[in-house]
Structures are given as C-alpha cells and as structure tokens.
Write a protein that binds this ligand. Structure first.
Ligand SMILES: [Zn+2]
Length: 118
C-alpha cells in the first residue's frame, strides 16, 4: 500500500513533466523540435499526426468509391441479377466499400508519410 502510493507520483511527474525536460527530437514531418514523449511511434508531432489523419479520413472514401463504383457498374451491366436478387448485392457492395475504406486509409497514410519524410 505504502509502496504503491510512493511510486505513483514519481511516475506521473515523469510523464507530464514540463516541456523542456527529457530528451528532445525533431518531428520527422515538419522538423519542429519537441520533447520526444510527444512524438508518435513514427517520430511525428501531434499536429502532423492530426493533419495526416484528416487526409486519411478524406482519402479513404475516395479509394472506397474507386473500388465500389466499378463493382456496382459490373453488377448493373453484366446482368448478374440471376445470381442474387438485386437488393442482395447491397451486402457485397457495402463490404467492398468498407474494405476499400480500410485499405484506402492505410494507403493514404503510407503515401502521405513517405512524401513528408522524403
Ligand atoms: Zn510535425
């Protein structure tokens, strides 16, 4: 009991120590010099990570559409109504959109990171 009470404040002080304490490192994206503890696992500062996530969430819908629209056109054009009733195609289309979003997010993240770090 006494031991855990004594070790907790010490650990917390280390985590939220004033800026300027501890090792500093430049953000790998914008080059801003910041405490190493505020950078993410790729060495990016919170501002750059926020910007990256904003781009990724916009880009993922674009990539999902690039996957889903040709699929929808194929369903409409190729007369695939024979396999399933038309409404049942909503499920694979939704799955394609979802997977396109998930993949798109990673693709956009990787693309933005490689461009910024180059
Ligand atoms: Zn940055």
């Amino acid at each position: 009991m006494q031991l855990s009470n004594r070790s907790r404040p010490a650990r917390r002080r280390l985590e939220i120590g004033p800026i300027g304490e501890g090792p500093r490192a430049p953000c790998r994206s914008c080059g801003q010099d910041l405490p190493e503890s505020t950078l993410d696992e790729n060495g990016w500062c919170p501002t750059c990570v926020w910007d990256l996530e904003k781009k990724a969430s916009r880009g993922q819908h674009l990539i999902a559409l690039l996957v889903t629209v040709p699929f929808a056109i194929w369903i409409a054009v190729e007369g695939t109504r024979g396999y399933f009733p038309l409404y049942a195609w909503a499920i694979p289309l939704a799955a394609a959109y979802y997977l396109g979003m998930r993949i798109g997010r990673e693709v956009v993240r990787g693309w933005v990171r490689s461009r910024r770090e180059a």
